[in-house]
Ligand binder design. Structure first.
Ligand code: FES
Length: 255
């Protein structure tokens, strides 16, 4: 049976700008991440999120820190950090605003939302309005499909969903973030900020005494998303079961 790891920690204060990079408490957290996996190198993705929670991006020091903790080379860590768009190579704002401009959202107004927010903030893709990390600073990015096409057009703040947006609604949302407010997402966990979200993605939930469910829980499945499942249930529709002896076609030989 797989041992369940403890998600909760004592209160963790994120390092202020200019603090020593990766102090003892961060090293202790890194050790806890490594202990979750049979192989240390498997801990790389959450380790990169831990680094981002401390610095607001994955710096050169962050890459070296991960390499040192996991007995990898800096080149191996760098290859992973530059492959995934969730790992930022430049310091991020207090919040990350990701506007979906993929096909369905774009057709329903995603491009207009992006243009409105970009004009208001005076920044383009992967740029930050304000001083990164300071209150009210916002990093803007184009996002590929955010897997919420049934709520298009959507945007995310720190990876939490704001569904069925319009340019006006998105502008109001961005202005409220700049004022330091944290409007409730349409679905999912309550909004925190980019660095705290990154700490959660590393597997740490730091509200002392809070239950994990209270920290990350929120309304999840929307009626549109489960409409098909409900109709099938009402009408008694089922998919044929997969036969035990199903023939899986062989994969073609690699050349
Ligand atoms: S195209 Fe925007 S969520 Fe899918």
């Amino acid at each position: 049976m797989t041992e369940q790891f403890d998600f909760t920690t004592t209160e963790h204060v994120l390092s202020p700008p200019g603090a020593p990079v990766f102090g003892e408490d961060v090293r202790a957290d890194a050790k806890r991440i490594v202990e979750r996996y049979p192989e240390a190198r498997s801990a790389l993705l959450p380790m990169l999120h831990l680094v981002q929670s401390e610095q607001g991006h994955v710096s050169t020091e962050g890459i070296e820190f991960c390499a040192e903790q996991l007995a990898l080379s800096a080149a191996e860590v760098s290859a992973v950090a530059t492959f995934y768009t969730m790992y930022k190579r430049k310091p991020c704002g207090e919040h990350l605003v990701s506007v979906c401009t993929n096909t369905l959202c774009a057709a329903l107004g995603g491009d207009a939302i992006y243009a409105k927010v970009s004009e208001h903030l005076g920044v383009g893709h992967d740029e930050t309005s304000g001083t990164p990390g300071e209150p009210g600073s916002l990093t803007l990015e184009h996002a590929e499909c955010l897997a919420a096409c049934d709520h298009a057009p959507v945007l995310q703040v720190d990876y939490e969903y704001y569904d069925k947006q319009s340019p006006e609604a998105a502008l109001e949302l961005v202005k409220s973030l700049q004022r330091g407010e944290k409007p409730d997402p349409t679905r999912g966990a309550p909004l925190t900020d980019f660095r705290r979200t990154e700490r959660q993605l590393a597997g740490f939930f730091d509200r002392p005494g809070a239950r994990l469910e209270d920290t990350v829980d929120g309304p999840s499945a929307a009626p549109e998303t489960v409409r098909g499942a409900h109709l099938a249930q009402q009408r008694g529709w089922t998919a044929p079961p997969m036969p035990d002896d199903a023939q899986i076609p062989p994969l073609p030989e690699k050349e």
